[in-house]
Ligand binder design. Structure first.
Ligand code: SF4
Ligand code: MG
Length: 333
């Protein structure tokens, strides 16, 4: 179907002005193409510093791209007036990593869920409160907690409040930036199940940004793997997890202790620190860490190759190694 959210050749470069010496450029996002279809849950994974949070901000129009554009329901974000940008809040919402930090410690939680309706002048006072109450009970927050303050709630309960607040405007797209990273495992599982439920019930489109591969595997229909600002592999979640084509995806998955009989045993863990987005390596940015790097990798950036109808990966090996393409085809068949 037609994409509800689309990124076209999206790049974002920040200038780092330094006290001494010349300023440097941070290449946070580099030439990203993405299309999210309605009702889909797309996971964006990568190590910290890979540009996934900047990508989230670009998708929301919170950051202006250096090149390229974002389209929401077919219309470019950046050319919208301030008025229409306000209306955007009703279409796309974000839930940030630190849920407690996004709640006001001095305000009762139900008032914080109501607030977006007030800001946008939607409905009357009674109706607003009723709507907030019904969302909070849908999200399993017991009634006796609605009048409490955030510090009186557990981490999992705060996550529910934050989600209710994000969804009260009935956005079509929800962007979650590492919403579970601060939480313990049981809270994580609750939130992910809640997101699945919300997706099923409301037909919500979700962009889920995370470094937690197990959570992404559980929640997402499709996954895009980022490395130093670029998408290096994309495809339906299960095939990518079962038979990753890009050496970076392979090493990411090898670093996760999920028992999986289909997994090859000889993959390398991603060794060393992720390189800096300041002056990223030439050619394929993964080459300093890649066990299969060869001369061409240092000189030439591999574009995203189509591996099969709905999978792609950016690696020169895919030009030479028929086995990799066969592997991907075989798993999907
Ligand atoms: Fe490794 Fe080269 Fe493929 Fe990059 S292009 S992932 S360096 S083999
Ligand atoms: Mg981040």
């Amino acid at each position: 179907g037609a994409a509800i959210l689309e990124a076209r050749n999206l790049s974002c470069v920040f200038e780092l002005r330094r006290f001494l010496g010349p300023s440097k450029s941070v290449h946070a996002v580099r030439g990203v193409d993405l299309a999210v279809v309605p009702g889909e849950v797309l996971g964006i994974v990568g190590e910290s510093g890979c540009g996934k949070s900047t990508l989230a901000r670009l998708l929301l129009g919170l950051e202006a791209p250096t090149t390229g554009e974002v389209l929401l329901q077919g219309r470019p974000l950046c050319r919208r007036s301030l008025e229409t940008r306000r209306a955007l809040a009703g279409q796309i919402q974000i839930v940030f990593q630190d849920t407690r930090g996004t709640l006001d410690p001095r305000e009762r939680v139900i008032d914080q869920v109501v607030e977006p309706l007030e800001i946008h002048g939607i409905g009357e006072e009674v109706g607003r409160t009723e709507k907030a109450a019904s969302l909070l009970s849908d999200f399993g927050l017991p009634r006796h907690l609605w009048d409490r303050f955030p510090h009186q709630l557990s981490g999992g309960q705060c996550q529910r409040v934050v989600l209710a607040r994000a969804l009260i405007l009935e956005p079509k797209v929800l962007v979650c930036d590492e919403p579970t990273s601060a939480a313990d495992v049981s809270v994580q599982a609750q939130v992910v199940n809640l997101l699945r439920e919300v997706r099923d019930r409301l037909g919500l489109t979700i962009v889920f940004i995370s470094h937690n591969l197990a959570v992404v595997r559980h929640l997402c229909d499709r996954v895009a793997v980022m490395y130093l600002g670029r998408i290096v592999e994309t495809g339906p979640t299960e095939p990518v997890f079962r038979a990753p084509c890009h050496p970076y995806t392979q090493s990411l998955l090898a670093a996760v202790p999920i028992p999986d009989p289909l997994r090859k045993q000889d993959w390398l863990a991603v060794s060393g620190e992720p390189p800096s987005p300041i002056d990223p390596p030439s050619g394929c940015a993964f080459h300093p860490r890649c066990p299969s790097a060869h001369d061409r990798c240092r000189a030439e950036n591999p574009g995203l190759r189509v591996i099969s109808s709905n999978r792609g990966a950016a690696c020169h090996l895919l030009d030479q190694d028929e086995d990799l393409a066969d592997l991907a085809d075989g798993v999907e068949a």
